[in-house]
Design a protein around this ligand. Structure first.
Ligand SMILES: Nc1ncnc2c1ncn2[C@@H]1O[C@H](COP(=O)(O)OP(=O)(O)OP(=O)(O)O)[C@@H](O)[C@H]1O
Length: 255
């Protein structure tokens, strides 16, 4: 079964002289699979992530998610289905209320999607923190009082709280230093193995995608110009855009 199928997505921003951010993008994703989405700055990666998660609407094209016409959903049915497709951004501070406690940031999705009864929320928060490698005592801290890497773990805990089938990660580890980044990538891979979550992993950095992606799609000027297994795209890039990304990573080693 295919989890996500997008066909012919187009989006043009009206600002200025008009920018075509997506120019006929099609992709598919299977359950438990990681598709890496690479491309230079401005190639349309974030726009595609936002369109797939319904944070932005395409001008044309179709999206099927978990067997449903995803673009036809709105209102309460869309809010309910959002439990199954979560998103993790680079700017986690911007995604959270910085004064909120870690507990309330994690309780929100549990409450909104009625994941567990009210009396069990505190225990579920502790279990989520434990699952992402943070002490239960962090529940009482404010989001501002944790490090960037810890905040990204909390964002992942929040994303998995609703048992999603797909998590869209937009440059989710780009702001982290290399050792923290490696730990977060390991966590994501382990969660995928345990729970069968699919990831759409947006990154301009092929060395990040080499560690997590089964396949890589390369974007340039709003189009996907190359798709293939990670090892093939890195070892033998066919398009100028993919070759430029490979050149940008010094001594890339594929395991
Ligand atoms: N809200 C907006 N209004 C107008 N133009 C936009 C808007 N958001 C993005 N764009 C333009 O659309 C194109 C694609 O941008 P997008 O952010 O999707 O690319 P990206 O590949 O994610 O880039 P980056 O890696 O720098 O984040 C760019 O030309 C950008 O300037």
């Amino acid at each position: 079964m295919t989890l996500l199928v997008a066909e012919g997505l187009c989006k043009r921003y009206a600002a200025g002289r008009g920018v075509t951010a997506l120019d006929g993008v099609s992709l598919h994703l299977s359950p438990g699979e990681t598709l890496g989405l690479a491309g230079a700055s401005g190639s349309g990666k974030s726009t595609l992530a936002r369109v797939l998660t319904r944070l932005a609407e395409p001008d044309t094209g179709s999206i099927r998610f978990a067997g449903e016409d995803w673009l036809a959903l709105s209102g309460a049915p869309l809010r309910r289905r959002r439990a199954r497709m979560q998103m993790v951004f680079q700017d986690v501070l911007g995604a959270f209320n910085p004064r909120a406690t870690v507990a309330s940031a994690l309780e929100d999705p549990l409450r909104i999607h009625a994941v567990v009864p009210k009396g069990e929320r505190a225990r579920e928060v502790a279990a989520l923190l434990d699952r992402v490698g943070l002490p239960a005592a962090y529940a009482g801290r404010s989001i501002r009082e944790v490090s960037g890497g810890e905040r990204q773990r909390i964002a992942i805990a929040r994303a998995i709280a609703t048992h999603p089938a797909l998590i869209v990660l937009d440059e989710a580890v780009s702001a982290l230093d290399v050792s923290v980044r490696e730990k977060i990538l390991e966590l994501l891979v382990t969660l995928q193995e345990e729970r069968g979550i699919a990831y759409l992993f947006v990154s301009h950095d092929l060395s990040v995608l080499a560690a997590v992606a089964h396949r890589i799609a390369v974007m340039e000027a709003g189009r996907i110009v190359e798709t293939g297994p990670t090892s093939r795209v890195i070892a033998d890039p066919q398009s100028p855009a993919a070759r430029a990304l490979v050149r940008a990573v010094p001594r890339l080693v594929i395991e």
